[in-house]
Design a protein around this ligand. Sequence first.
Ligand SMILES: Cc1cc2nc3c(=O)[nH]c(=O)nc-3n(C[C@H](O)[C@H](O)[C@H](O)COP(=O)(O)OP(=O)(O)OC[C@H]3O[C@@H](n4cnc5c(N)ncnc54)[C@H](O)[C@@H]3O)c2cc1C
Length: 346
Amino acid sequence: MKVQDSSFASLTTLRVGGTPRETVSCTTAAELAATVAQLDADRQPLLVVGGGSNLVVADGPLDLTAVLVRNEGISLVDGLLRASAGTTWDDVVVFAIEHGLGGIEALSGIPGSAGATPVQNVGAYGSEISDVLTRVRLYNRETGADEWVPASALDLAYRYSNLKFTSRAVVLEIELQLTPTELSIPLRHLGGEQVSLAEARKSVLETRRAKGMVLDEADHDTWSAGSFFTNPVVPTALADEIEAKVGEENMPRFAVAGGDGTKEAMEKLSAAWLIERAGFPKGFPGEEAPARLSTKHTLALTNRGHATADDIVALARRVQEGVDKQFGVELHPEPVWVALGLNNLP
Ligand SMILES: Cc1cc2nc3c(=O)[nH]c(=O)nc-3n(C[C@H](O)[C@H](O)[C@H](O)COP(=O)(O)OP(=O)(O)OC[C@H]3O[C@@H](n4cnc5c(N)ncnc54)[C@H](O)[C@@H]3O)c2cc1C
């Protein structure tokens, strides 16, 4: 179904971005696959849009069709949970908890659709969708097949899958293997404690709200695309250098698993910590700016009500350049950007 008068400012949580040539809302998997197939056959550029919570889209008229994923539904099939791609992800979490199923309670409050969760292997508080994802039903844009594929075919890694940035397939449904349980997984933000599923959700939502990480129309700190940069992985020698330079004890740093011992040792650092230490405090650059770092969390770039995509890009570049200059670390944007060149330093 065609939608009139939509713009990416209304389709995304960052609330910036121009107007697609056309917007089509798809309420069934068949309609979603057929719409994408037709646009591909006509060689028309398109962008698949779920909740718009991980998108940064350029301003102005855009030569693409926005295909809105709006097929909804949650069911239990042979002990596995299935969710249609357009289902609000947090509704899936609530459904699981109400059915006494554990495994995704730490992913409470992540905005967006169920179908997008494998795209960047969403994660929070020590949990990732890859922990429970068994299969995804894909419309394969290269072959035209509508097929269930195992999660192992997606190369899921930290905030990555082979669906991200490639647009090679559209997720129509996801399937999760959850665990009948009364107790949550060990929660990282509670020092590994296990609590009831409902308490886990409550505590995750409270922690997220304090950081502006639960959508709230009235709170501009949540007009964002979530964490704007991924946590960088750097050689241990560079991590040592940064720690010595900053001169603080307990710099957040985590050894990265993998390698065969012959490769250079690598560690993951906290992008938020680096941003703050590079001279970008919460709320940077100040009250008057249309785009600012969240006043609750340096990792979120936020729209204070009248920012443009260019304002967001300018702030992102400033932060990228500052961290690079100060520490020699290149930060990579986490969201998917459209018609913008955000990943490269000028
Ligand atoms: C306040 C806030 C907090 C956040 N917290 C977290 C967090 O804790 N952890 C985390 O991992 N992320 C977080 N995010 C990022 C975001 O919520 C997730 O990446 C989410 O999964 C995006 O879902 P979406 O439906 O909004 O995707 P969109 O933004 O609509 O799309 C993102 C990308 O996925 C593609 N896509 C969407 N749906 C499909 C589909 N069905 N098939 C194929 N491709 C598709 C799009 O084309 C685009 O490339 C946060 C974002 C915000 C705004």
